[in-house]
Design a binder for this molecule. Structure first.
Ligand code: FRU
Length: 665
């Protein structure tokens, strides 16, 4: 029978609700498992009125262990019904993260068109990580593993996991987005059983402080335009902006085969902070190629001062000119060969852009006529630093060749600033983060949400691998974020992914309080003024901080413990500080102050904040910057103060006390 704790109309008794859901730190409106360990959300799919949530689950322990898929459903994104475990480990290994789809066209033959199968695509983690499938023809209630598992075998790479699958209607094929160590691989399939490698993305761009995990790929409109863009979510651990686990995103176009980043987005991701020092071998700033020899017509007969006719803007080159093989467009081919030189440095660094065709367009180093190093572009007109380690080649005579043999799309190459250095070129890899807080990881979006709804709905795991196994909760460990709606917004800096709590959560609002004060200069005790007295709150504030140095909210208890959430005008940052928020000793990585860069225009700061016993989610300026953080006070934070250093104007101030999803209060 389904275990069912807190759904109205559910068969559970009042006493089971009370014993199970009132433990210290137990979230009151976030999803958490009834008992034991949970990590990533998995298999998120909507079907016949239910949003399914499967999750990484260890049913026998309160720390990570043999992974199963736990299961729950919600009809309203607020109240959840727990269901029995959906997938158990088998001879291929544990059941790691993955996704689920509804196979409406019965491409897999595992259901029928009338009663399509729900198909889960997950990582079998045994000796190797490989991808397997399982299916259900009874709305996810019972599951069978496919007998032909694995459907995608490991190619000898340790980290090869977390398949997220989507249907491409135009091409009539499934696309699997898979995390492979430090990059994403895209695979396609007509039937969910046979998969073909399409392309790789990301080894050289974005955050790379840790392993890439739990990706998601989807298309969505850019708000206020007729344009659609593709978003790729990639979780990374460690390497997050505030330490440990975090989720980054990319914006571009997916053409059924590969993801091509939005030009401006790409440019912003590759800000070069450091031009390597050393001997400039070629700067391509003059009126001719010097001793370099050209063949064919693609390279013209001199460096180019940037962009050629009919070419998108070329960016990221150094000085006045560069090598650009777009003469006569993509059709032309050719080669540019350097004079012979002796390799006398540990590294050869250069800027490279243009077409990504490993054999067709690129740059290579030849010693004695043999290719010893080579590289290609990345299907972008932005140049990025490339470094060849040449320690072992020192003393050898060499030539550099820039070649363009491709006549079709992206049939050109860009090269600039070849520097012989003692050091590799260092690029500051920027990343865009879905959430800057330390506790929103491995989040993905629901598949199969009806077009009539049209939203892109997201849920993340509210913890961090730095301390997830040690957080001081019994009898369960971890909760999910609230469901959030993602959207793409055109901002002054470019297209950004925005996230906000789903509107369904508004039905938890109990009392609605309007803050009467128009300005704060000093401290106001909101809980006393308005008789709040609950750790379940939503705050919606529209502020003007142009006359302030700092604006802060303080959530506190009677034991002198508190959590601070604020905005520093001086540092232009949003921050959360949990250094004094109760239990912090279980991990050195836990206490601290975490921040997110946030510029305010004309002092306008909007904050939407959800407080739930042991977590806080902060959405600033319409969700353009989000921060999620967990904490463990020894007594609930029922006291709320606002503090302003300098004067903060409260243009709109709303507080809602919230109801628990488990019992009426
Ligand atoms: C991410 C992750 C996944 C993996 C799962 C195992 O948190 O490491 O990559 O599938 O957890 O539980």
């Amino acid at each position: 029978m389904a275990v069912c704790f807190f759904v109205s109309g559910c068969a559970s008794t009042k006493s089971s609700e009370q014993t199970i859901n009132t433990e210290q730190h137990r979230p009151q409106f976030h999803f958490s498992p009834p008992s034991n360990w949970m990590n990533d959300p998995n298999g998120m799919v909507y079907y016949q009125g239910e949003y399914h949530l499967f999750y990484q689950y260890h049913p026998k322990g309160n720390t990570w262990g043999p992974m199963h898929w736990g299961h729950a459903v919600t009809k309203d994104l607020v109240h959840w019904e727990h269901l029995p475990i959906a997938l158990y480990p088998d001879s291929l290994g544990m059941i790691f993260s993955g996704s689920a789809v509804v196979d409406h066209g019965n491409t897999s033959g595992l259901g029928t068109k009338e009663n399509p199968a729900m198909v889960a695509i997950f990582t079998s983690a045994g000796k190797k990580q490989q991808q397997s499938i399982a299916f259900s023809i009874d709305r996810g209630r019972t599951w069978s593993k496919y007998e032909g598992n694995p459907v995608l075998e490991n190619q000898g790479i340790d980290d090869f996991r977390d398949p997220k699958v989507m249907w491409l209607e135009k091409e009539k094929k499934w696309i699997m987005t898979l995390a492979v160590a430090d990059h994403i691989s895209f695979y396609s399939s007509p039937n969910l059983k046979e998969w073909r490698h399409e392309s790789d993305f990301g080894a050289d761009i974005g955050g790379h402080g840790g392993v890439w995990e739990c990706p998601d790929l989807f298309k969505m409109p850019v708000a206020g335009t007729k344009q659609d863009k593709w978003v790729l979510l990639v979780s990374i651990n460690p390497g997050g902006p505030n330490g440990g686990s975090a989720t980054q995103y990319f914006v571009g176009d997916f053409n059924g085969k590969e993801l091509v980043l939005d030009e401006q987005f790409q440019q912003q991701l590759s800000i070069t902070t450091h031009v390597p020092s050393g001997k400039v071998f070629a700067s391509f700033d003059g009126k001719e190629f010097g001793g370099w020899r050209t063949e064919g017509s693609a390279f013209g007969n001199a460096p180019v001062a940037g962009t050629l006719p009919n070419q998108h803007k070329v960016m990221g080159y150094f000085g006045q000119g560069l090598v650009n093989s777009y003469h006569q467009g993509d059709q032309a081919t050719g080669k540019l060969t350097s004079p012979e030189f002796e390799i006398d440095s540990d590294y050869i660094n250069m800027l490279v852009g243009g077409g990504r065709h490993p054999e067709g367009t690129g740059v290579r180093l030849l010693v004695g006529g043999e290719v010893v190093r080579k590289a290609t572009g990345n299907n972008t007109e932005s140049l990025n630093w490339l470094s060849w380690n040449t320690k072992e080649l020192k003393g050898k005579k060499a030539r550099i060749e820039v070649f363009d043999n491709v006549t079709g799309g992206w049939g050109h190459i860009l090269v600039d600033q070849i520097i012989l250095s003692a050091e590799p070129a260092k690029e500051r890899k920027e990343a865009f983060w879905l959430d800057y807080g330390p506790d929103n990881y491995a989040g993905v979006t629901w598949a199969n949400v009806p077009d009539s709804d049209g939203r892109r709905l997201f849920l993340g795991w509210m913890s961090n691998w730095l301390y997830a196994n040690n957080v001081p909760t019994t009898i369960w460990r971890s909760a999910m974020t609230v469901p959030r709606e993602l959207s793409l917004q055109q901002t002054q800096e470019g297209i950004r992914l925005v996230n906000l709590p789903v509107k369904e959560l508004q039905k938890l609002r109990s009392r609605s309080i309007t803050i009467k004060q128009e300005t704060v200069n000093g401290t106001i005790d909101l809980s006393q003024l308005y008789g709040l007295g609950t750790p379940l709150l939503e705050l919606d504030l529209h502020l003007n901080v142009s006359q302030a140095q700092r604006f802060e909210l303080k959530f506190a208890n009677t034991k002198g413990e508190y959590l601070s959430v604020g905005y520093s005008i001086e540092n232009q940052e949003l921050y959360i500080d949990r250094s004094n928020a109760g239990k912090i000793g279980f991990s050195d990585s836990f206490p601290g102050r975490h921040s997110a860069p946030l510029k305010v225009e004309n002092g306008e700061l909007k904050l939407q904040i959800l407080l739930d016993v042991s977590s806080i989610e902060v959405f600033a300026n319409g969700g353009k910057t989000a921060m999620t953080e967990i904490f463990f006070p020894n007594e609930d934070f029922t006291k709320t103060e606002v503090i302003s250093t300098g004067t903060t104007e409260i243009k709109k101030g709303k507080i809602y006390t919230l109801k628990s999803v488990w019992k009426q209060n």
